[in-house]
Design a protein around this ligand. Sequence first.
Ligand code: GCB
Length: 599
Amino acid sequence: MKFFLVSVLFFTSQFIFSQKLNLITNIEGRKTTSLNGYWKIIIDPYENGFYNYRYEENPNGYFKNQKPQSKSDLVEYDFDKSDSLMVPGDWNTQQEKLFLYEGTIWYKKSFDYNLENGKRLFVYFGAANYKAIVYLNGIKLGEHEGGFTPFNFEITNLVKEKDNFLTLKVDDKRSREFVPTVNTDWWNYGGITRDVDLVEVPQTFIKDYFIQLDKNFDNKISGWVLLNGDKPKQKIKIEIPELEKIFSAETDETGFCKIGFEVNPVLWSPENPKLYDVIVKCESDSLKDKIGFRKIEAKDGKVLLNGKPIFLRGISSHEEVPFTGGRSYSKEDAETVLNWVKELNGNFIRLAHYPHNEKIVRLADEMGIMIWSEIPVYWTILWKNEATFENALSQLQAMITRDKNRASVILWSVANETPRNDERLAFLTKLIENARELDGTRLITAALENHYINDSTIVMDDPLGKHLDVTGLNEYLGWYDGLPDKISKINYQTIYNKPIIISEFGAGALQGYHGDKLTRWTEEFQAYVYEQQVKLMRRVPNLSGMTPWILSDFRSPRRPLPGIQDFWNRKGIISDKGIKKKAFYILKDFYEDVKKNGL
Ligand code: GCB
């Protein structure tokens, strides 16, 4: 009875999260109509399309898409005569005049849709940076904050057969209370940056499900299914044809049902990234996914994959388009990035510093590359502000909701390089508790900072470490912290019996710039830092993985140095044009050695 109560409480909270977030998952597996392509836009730096001259919300804003009804009518905008931008896509790299723009742009897309009786329709956005207010046919559907997480709205009762218009106010102005806050080391690419889809579902549909290997058993799959609609109580089935498995159950009056059944799957691993077709069925809906089953644990200072210690040979990466720059969203870009990880002899990627698009996560599932996924709780956000916490929490919930069935994701990270203080500890501890409650099958981490106890000893003793499964550590020995010669003089200690991942080290180099190994910005300097760093890695206690900073150069407003940076962070081991620097080969050789001989 007690167990029953605990599990009811646990799964009820999952259900409440899912309802609150209202996010539909596995969009790929559903009937969709893409709204990608050119959208009409109006650049609105003063937000005239939203506020009147008294700075009150205008009920007749641009979202009404008005046209003069007579020759005397005054309408001071016209979407259809305005410019266009490609969706998905950041606006900064599409028009020169928008390169440094931060503010509001209105988007409009017209479409026809023939919705069959008894079906429901949602509009789903992969992401829009930063704040989006969405309207259909002049009526507000809702708002979303956070530039890297998906959101959707139901439009069943608003959609017409002809001439619908979807309007969005997208605003990427930075603000102190946002997540991230005003100061980041990456470009604030604005716009509708990921796919937009119309998603058609039956009256009662499978909204979400969690189907993963049970963390306590190797031969049990457990989780839950959640239906949404007017007939929530239904018979459901989970089928895994290749394992000749059919599991049946029934949802309750809230559409929720817990699942659990025995199976013997081939376990997912980088060497054999086995995915199974999994079919989730209810009486009114059916949905297919491809899911891998694996177990990830942290024990005695080691990370274990399927019960065996594994070293995470990784690299960090921003969501920047390879070869040209701009916010990346496509499967082709994801392929380039993950193939580079493979070429490095890697098996792991840190998707920094925010949730990346779903395509790269799904591709990593197929290619056998493990993922560290994180939310943009970066540097110094407003730890005491309730709204900032709610915002961070909803980004965490959305990240977990979208990717919780992906075997590749092994780590959820709640923060990067945050200062040690009580407010931050309280804030992050609450996030960690929430992450565990939503997904007990993965490890929780955060990228922490170096703490010296004398000139040559650094100790991992951040109080947050107590609450994490894996302690991430960013260090810049040889770059911000001394010259490369210093690296060999440093030793690490930890007060935690937990795995350490060196989540960043690095050095900047302009590809093609050569000199001696102590001349900054040369490939030789960067290579020297890598040579010394890989030696240091062998001396870090409990080292279970590393993700040096960073795979490719990426745009950053903090990096103005003419002729060298030109607004690019040059710590990539691959240039912004896709050319490998010397350091790439040092890391590649190190990973080859670790792969063969261990650390
Ligand atoms: C860091 C940050 C990362 C920066 C990097 C740098 O510690 O975590 O976002 O880009 O340093 O290049 O300075």
